[in-house]
Design a protein around this ligand. Structure first.
Ligand code: IPM
Ligand code: MN
Length: 350
C-alpha cells in the first residue's frame, strides 16, 4: 500500500476550516483507493508570529522538506502588517523549496455561475503556468533617500535563462499531457519590457521546436486580460511571469466561480510541492462555518494527481462536480450549506 507523508499548514483566518474539509475528503479517498496518509501539522501564521515573532524558522523548513507534499490553508491576518507573513511564510516557502511553477487551472463546472455573459463550461477550461520564483517577486531593489522628497524606490524584475526555460518547458509538457487543444500561449509584454520578454520570447520559440504537436501563440498581458473575459475559449495553456501570472489568475478565478473554488499548486517537479486554495484567509468569516471549502478540496485533488493517485484525483473532481451543482452560490455565507456540510457531502460522494 502506498503511504504518503504530507505536511499540513492550516495558516490564518478561515484557512484551518477549509483545510479540515480538504482532509476529510482526502481521508475518504485514501479509504476508497487503498493508500494511506500520514500527516503532520505545522503551526505557522499570524498567531505564532504574534506570540513569538517567528514566521518560518529554519528548523521548520527542515521538517517541511521531509514531506512528499504540502497542503496550505491561507496566510494573512489584519493584525499583522501586510507583507510580513506573505513574504515571511508563503513566498519564503515558494523560494526556499524552489517551487518554480504556480499551476492554476481555470475550469468552470456545470451549475457554477460565471460573471461572463453567454459563456459556459465548454468555453472556460484553461490553465495558467505562472513562473513562481523570479520576476518582480525576487525582492531585488531598494530605496534611497527614503522619506525625503528625493526618495527613489527601485524594484527589479529578475528573469534568468534557467528560470524562464524550466517554466516554459514545464508548460509545454503540461500542455501535451493535458491533451486538450494543444495550444500554448506566451503572455508577456514584448512591446515595452523589451529586455525581460525578449528573453522569454526567444526561449519560448526555441523550446517550441521540441514540441511540434503544440501550437504556439503570443499575447501581451493587457490583451490576454481582455481575451480571458471576452473569449476564454481561445486559451488552453498560458505561460507567463510571476507578476502577470498573479494578476491574470485572479481574473481566471472569478470567471470560474470565484475564490471559493479556485485552487493552485506551487510545484517543484523534483522537490516538495505545495497545494493551496488561491483565495486569502477571509478573516471576517473566521469560525463562522460559512466559507466555501471547495477550493481546498480542489487543492487536495491537485495534490493527489501530483502524487500519482490519478484515480483518486478523478474521484475527487467528480465529487466536487456533484457538490457545486447543489450549492446556491460559491460565496461565503450564500452556499445554502455550511462549510462542514459541504465537506461531508464531498466525502460522501467519494
Ligand atoms: C497568490 C497571492 C500571493 C502572491 C500573495 C499573498 C503574496 O496573491 O498566491 O496569488 O502574490 O503570489
Ligand atoms: Mn494572487
Amino acid at each position: 500500500m502506498n503511504n504518503y507523508n504530507i505536511g499540513i499548514l492550516p495558516g490564518d483566518g478561515t484557512g484551518p476550516e477549509v483545510v479540515r474539509e480538504g482532509l476529510k475528503v482526502l481521508a475518504a479517498a485514501s479509504k476508497k483507493f487503498g493508500f494511506s496518509v500520514e500527516s503532520e501539522t505545522f503551526d505557522l501564521g499570524a498567531e505564532r508570529y504574534k506570540k513569538t515573532g517567528e514566521t518560518l524558522p529554519d528548523y521548520e523548513i527542515e521538517r517541511i522538506k521531509t514531506k512528499q507534499a504540502l497542503l496550505l490553508g491561507a496566510i494573512g491576518h489584519p493584525d499583522v502588517k501586510p507583507g510580513i507573513l506573505e513574504k515571511g511564510i508563503l513566498l519564503n516557502l515558494r523560494f526556499t523549496l524552489d517551487q518554480y511553477i504556480n499551476l492554476r487551472p481555470v475550469k468552470l463546472y456545470p451549475g457554477v455561475d460565471t460573471p461572463l455573459k453567454n459563456k459556459g463550461p465548454d468555453d472556460i477550461d484553461f490553465a495558467v503556468v505562472r513562473e513562481n520564483t523570479e520576476g518582480l517577486y525576487a525582492g531585488v531593489g531598494g530605496t534611497f533617500k527614503k522619506g525625503t522628497p528625493d526618495e527613489i524606490a527601485i524594484q527589479e524584475s529578475i528573469n534568468t535563462r534557467k528560470g524562464v526555460e524550466r517554466c516554459i518547458r514545464f508548460a509545454f509538457e503540461y500542455c501535451r499531457k493535458r491533451n486538450k487543444r494543444k495550444k500554448l500561449t506566451l503572455c508577456g509584454k514584448t512591446n515595452v519590457l523589451t529586455y525581460a520578454f525578449d528573453l522569454w520570447e526567444r526561449a519560448f520559440y526555441e523550446i517550441a521546436k521540441e514540441y511540434p504537436g503544440i501550437q504556439t501563440d503570443y499575447a501581451h498581458v493587457d490583451a490576454t486580460s481582455m481575451w480571458i473575459v471576452k473569449n476564454p475559449e481561445f486559451f488552453d495553456v498560458i505561460v507567463t511571469d510571476n507578476m502577470f501570472g498573479d494578476i491574470i489568475t485572479d481574473i481566471g478565478a472569478v470567471i470560474q466561480g470565484g475564490l471559493g473554488v479556485a485552487a493552485g499548486g506551487n510545484i517543484n517537479p523534483e522537490g516538495v510541492s505545495m497545494f493551496e486554495p488561491i483565495g486569502g484567509s477571509a478573516p471576517k468569516y473566521t469560525g463562522k462555518n460559512v466559507i466555501n471549502p471547495v477550493a481546498a478540496i480542489a487543492s487536495v485533488q491537485m495534490m493527489l494527481e501530483y502524487l500519482g493517485e490519478v484515480q483518486a484525483a478523478e474521484a475527487v473532481e467528480k465529487a466536487i462536480m456533484k457538490v457545486v451543482i447543489r450549492l446556491d452560490s460559491m460565496s461565503a455565507g450564500k452556499m445554502g450549506y455550511s462549510t462542514t456540510e459541504v465537506g461531508d457531502m464531498a466525502a460522501s460522494y467519494i
